[in-house]
Design a protein around this ligand. Structure first.
Ligand code: ZN
Length: 148
């Protein structure tokens, strides 16, 4: 782990503890060259999950893709990086339980469910892209459902 301050190669772990959720290890490190302190997280890697697309094509799960999609929906909304990280962590756990292969529709549905709790505008934006609202009417219906 290189020092983000001086690029030094030698760092020492000061403190190591589980995050509240218990699925990551948080480490405080110090650079032995410049004494700069920083934090690293160790998490389970989800790279082995396979996404099955509508046309049956398969591709490896990409956290970046999911994060990009979520941020596109959350643009200019009062949503923080920490909230997005949390949301993805919750989702990835659910997907892990789903099995090795997960349909892309399922991923979209899960994201919508979580976004709905986080920010309604972001939810509507995501849903409108994801469900390809064909007309104003179906968009209105979704809005009505939210108001209930
Ligand atoms: Zn350093």
């Amino acid at each position: 782990m290189k020092c983000p301050n001086c690029n030094g190669k030698h760092t020492r772990v000061l403190d190591s503890r589980e995050t509240n959720e218990g699925n990551a290890i948080r480490r405080r490190r110090t650079c032995q060259n410049c004494t700069y302190r920083f934090t690293t997280f160790e998490r389970i890697e989800h790279k082995h999950m396979i996404v099955v697309k509508r046309n049956e094509a398969r591709e490896p799960y990409s956290r970046e893709k999911v994060e990009k999609g979520i941020w596109r929906a959350c643009e200019k909304r009062p949503v923080t990086q920490a909230q997005v990280d949390d949301l993805i962590r919750i989702l990835e756990e659910k997907w892990q339980n789903y099995g090795k292969e997960i349909p892309s529709e399922m991923i979209g549905e899960y994201i919508m469910d979580e976004l709905k709790k986080l920010d309604e505008v972001a939810y509507i934006r995501f849903a409108s892209v994801y469900r390809h609202f064909k007309d104003v009417e179906s968009f209105q219906k979704e809005l009505e459902k939210l108001k209930e």
